[in-house]
Design a protein around this ligand. Structure first.
Ligand SMILES: Cc1cc2nc3c(=O)[nH]c(=O)nc-3n(C[C@H](O)[C@H](O)[C@H](O)COP(=O)(O)OP(=O)(O)OC[C@H]3O[C@@H](n4cnc5c(N)ncnc54)[C@H](O)[C@@H]3O)c2cc1C
Length: 92
């Protein structure tokens, strides 16, 4: 687990394991990029929504294409469903 997620330390630099559970800080892991999108000031009113626009046969989906839940797992899941629906509509 330490190799996968990095060393588990809290803000006091103590381990976050107690034998029954452990805390994870994926942003410390070398296996994860660990980031999410956000709009800078002014971008919500200018470019928000364009992230999900299909480019030819290329479909985009992820938390970054969600206008309601950007940056959250809900956005990633909902946008995956939306893109799959878009592809199915194009096929039919
Ligand atoms: C530290 C941290 C804490 C978070 N906490 C929460 C939380 O408490 N609640 C919450 O709802 N959300 C949280 N989030 C946000 C949440 O993790 C993301 O919104 C969600 O994982 C986005 O899902 P996704 O499928 O859009 O993208 P991702 O989960 O980033 O998936 C993208 C995938 O594409 C892969 N990939 C990238 N480039 C390529 C390529 N060229 N070829 C093939 N594959 C590629 C990546 O390896 C990755 O597996 C947190 C994020 C971070 C970083």
């Amino acid at each position: 687990m330490t190799e996968l997620f990095g060393e588990f330390i809290d803000s006091d630099h103590k381990t976050m394991r107690n034998g029954r559970g452990s805390g994870a800080k994926p942003m410390l892991s070398r296996f994860f990029g660990s980031s999410y999108a956000y709009w800078r000031v002014g971008q919500y009113g200018s470019i928000a929504g364009y992230e999900a626009v299909t480019q030819g046969g290329v479909y985009f989906a992820g938390e970054h294409t969600s206008t309601d839940f950007q940056g959250y797992m809900e956005g990633g899941a909902a946008e995956g469903e939306r893109a799959a629906d878009d592809i199915l509509k194009r096929l039919h």
